[in-house]
Design a protein around this ligand. Structure first.
Ligand code: AHG
Ligand code: MN
Ligand code: MN
Length: 341
């Protein structure tokens, strides 16, 4: 008689990854700790007004953005959870001016953790999905007290990346460089359970995600690219497109993981002085690692995202990611424009 296969918890999955030599024991602990912090954040998000967690914190961050209460709460949860385990040398967050070495009272490990504690802040108060994004790098050899410069490694150096989306379900999506996998939180048991092993993003798509209200500020190749999609089967693309924009990158990327699509936050004349809207180290790189591991592609429009050499911890970049063939098409529009001078 065939036994029904038992559910695979995140803990079991990580132990098997360690046995397969895909991760070290310390990296396993790190991911477990981040996942536990995400459960705590998920509970806070779920309480909403009952937990007094909605609304503005009354403070601002280094990005010049007003912080929501949940931005601060999620940041504190991740800091507290990761300080004492001995698996990290330091942390960096979208919400903190500088990186933070693990305090001297605790042992220091070999990894650096970077995170966007709460992505999609504008959606918190209206009960729309938000999330947490994280990226793991190795602390450079010989460095015991990491400073900001030690985090400036390209996305290809990431050893793990993931996001947790707090929506109708709480879902953790993870890569350690051997495929991208999804774990759904069993709220009664309090455990993440593997629900999709080896996510594959469809190569072709008819769905795009962009904040179209910025259209008049876009560069010419982006104007042309989206213009051609809007022309649908009457234009050169020869097919109709659908549009979705949640304004939580985590939720938009999760849809792409599920059914394909292209997500883009391009350069526009408003964000150009900063280099783009989204942050390379906390948003673009971890998402690019996850998307590539799921068979998709990720680019700035002119360069593979994970090959960008970072110059600052809070650096911003234009982003195009998702279904491989569609990202290549967006890149082609930029190349053709640039070649024409
Ligand atoms: P964050 O809440 O961490 O600042 O990130 C918000 C980001 C991203 O999640 C989303 O795709 C984008 O900003 C939304 O931008 P618009 O408000 O311009 O649509
Ligand atoms: Mn964000
Ligand atoms: Mn954020």
């Amino acid at each position: 008689m065939t036994q029904p296969s038992s559910p695979v918890s995140l803990t079991r999955f990580l132990i098997e990854e360690e046995r397969a030599d895909h991760i070290s024991a310390d990296l396993r602990l790190l991911i477990e700790v981040v996942a536990r912090a995400c459960k705590t954040i998920s509970i806070a998000v779920g309480k909403g007004a009952l937990g007094g967690v909605l609304g503005d914190a009354g403070t601002g961050n280094i990005q010049g953005e007003a912080q929501k209460k949940l931005d601060v709460i999620a940041n504190d949860v991740l800091l507290e959870a990761n300080a004492w385990g001995g698996h990290l040398a330091g942390l960096a967050s979208e919400e903190m001016d500088h990186s933070m070495p693990i305090p001297d009272v605790y042992p220091r490990g070999n990894y650096l953790l970077l995170f966007d504690p709460l992505d999609g802040s504008s959606n918190i108060d209206v009960n729309v999905s938000v999330g947490t994004i994280f990226s793991v790098l190795r602390c450079p050899e010989g460095v015991t007290t990491p400073a900001d410069e030690h985090y400036l490694q390209p996305g290809t150096a990431q050893v793990a990346a993931g996001y947790c989306v707090y929506g109708p379900q709480t879902t953790l999506v993870l890569t350690v460089g051997h495929g991208t996998h999804a774990f759904t939180l069993d709220r009664e048991v309090g455990s993440f359970v593997l629900t999709t092993r080896g996510i594959r993003i469809p190569e072709e798509t008819r769905e795009f995600a962009v904040n179209a209200s910025n259209q008049r500020f876009w560069e010419p190749p982006m104007q042309r690219y989206v213009g051609d999609m809007l022309l649908g089967n009457q234009g050169t693309r020869g097919k109709d497109f659908n549009m979705r924009w949640i304004a939580s990158m985590v939720a938009d990327v999760h849809r792409i993981m599920t059914r394909g699509g292209i997500f883009s936050y391009p350069l526009d004349s408003k964000c150009a002085p900063k280099g783009g809207k989204l942050r390379l180290m906390y948003e673009a790189n971890p998402m690019s690692f996850l998307v590539e591991q799921a068979g998709g592609a990720a680019s700035t429009g002119r360069q593979r995202m994970m090959e960008v050499q970072p110059s600052g911890l809070h650096q911003r970049v234009p982003v195009f990611l998702g279904s491989k063939a569609e990202v290549e098409t967006a890149v082609r529009y930029h190349a053709e424009h640039d070649a024409a001078g």
